[in-house]
Design a binder for this molecule. Sequence first.
Ligand code: IMP
Ligand code: MG
Length: 181
Amino acid sequence: MIYTPASKMEVLFSTQQIAERVAELGAQISADYAGESVVLIGVLKGAALFLSDLARSIQVDATFDFVAVSSYGKGVRSSGAVKLIKDVDNSVEGKHVVLVEDILDTGLTLSFLRKLMLQHRPQSLRIATLLDKPERRKVEIEADYIGFRIPDHFVVGYGMDYAEHYRNLPDIRVMPGDGTE
Ligand code: IMP
Ligand code: MG
């Protein structure tokens, strides 16, 4: 891979814009689950930073768990088939679950994970995604909490990668060439 310096990439959302929106989502989740406990389930690795910030703006009792998936093939975008790499560590049966994802793109990953979670018989299941690219959807699925809706750009930073790089950028940037080269 040819490494493009982050300084050459256009900033789509600044650290401040992200922080403000994540705080709003946290407040919304806190209100929706007032008096309840919630299990935040992050999708590794992309959602790790979003989960850590979101969790800190949630006022209700919250526990964490993580799942990991991979799509077959080496493409940057998901190839279609989703494979489970890691399931939750603790049972979520009878619990309020919020699946926390970085991007809802074609929807294949989250529809796979939604089915998997429902097999674990939670009391309720909702989806929080930082970014949503509705134009790219291949299967019908909507998130309950959405940070930002964006057009079809390939983005990196704040947990999101291009070939595993750029996850540590504190803001969200657009990958030149749309990440497909
Ligand atoms: P979906 O199954 O197509 O909805 O894919 C969602 C996953 O694809 C996300 O969890 C990301 O890992 C990856 N993805 C989709 N779009 C982007 C992007 O613009 N930047 C980085 N990763 C992306
Ligand atoms: Mg991901």
